[in-house]
Design a protein around this ligand. Structure first.
Ligand SMILES: [Cu+2]
Length: 175
């Protein structure tokens, strides 16, 4: 029961905690001072992250078109603010060009790395107590430590209930 309590608490806290801690800024690609290059011209992001093509007041109109049509900022313009999010499963390398200036080498690439596979909840059920300590990538997050602390509080509250012999069934409802 204790193990279940810890497990449920962590599962409830963790998704929001990690999403908050790792929430990425958009990766911005603009045009450099030569007017004929993307800057940066190659970026690496993770699945789920967003690339934003952003420039304003350019001397020349530009666009960003992925070679296979995965994204397309539209007609070349001096002011562009166009975002594209690479969803889970879209890992790979994407080459894009500025159509009017492709022949001048205005080409870029985006490498999207895969996220680790989503773990089914049952996997952790039996050895949650030991895996908390060993799972260092998660423990790094302050929010995770908070979640574990919250789990400990829940745990203490539950054992009090058991000690007093009060409403064991309500304890289960709680968890
Ligand atoms: Cu261009």
């Amino acid at each position: 029961m204790k193990v279940l309590c810890i497990f449920v608490s962590i599962v409830l806290f963790l998704p929001t905690a990690t999403a908050f801690a790792n929430e990425p800024e958009d990766t911005i690609i603009t045009v450099d001072s030569t007017n004929l290059r993307f800057s940066p011209s190659s970026v690496t992001i993770e699945e789920g992250q967003t690339v934003r093509f952003f420039w304003s007041g350019q001397a020349l109109p530009h666009n960003a078109v992925e070679r296979n049509g995965v994204f397309d900022s539209g007609d070349p313009q001096r002011n562009v603010n166009y975002s594209f999010t690479f969803e889970r499963g879209m890992n790979g390398t994407y080459e894009f060009v500025c159509e009017p200036h492709e022949s001048f080498g205005m080409i870029g690439s985006i490498t999207v790395t895969p996220l680790p596979p989503e773990q089914p909840a049952e996997e952790n059920d039996t050895n949650t107590t030991t895996s908390i300590g060993e799972n260092t990538p998660f423990v790094n997050s302050p929010m995770t430590i908070l979640a574990i602390f919250a789990a400990a509080v829940v745990l203490r509250r539950d054992s009090k209930l058991v000690k007093n012999g009060v409403l064991v069934e309500r304890k289960e409802d709680h968890c």
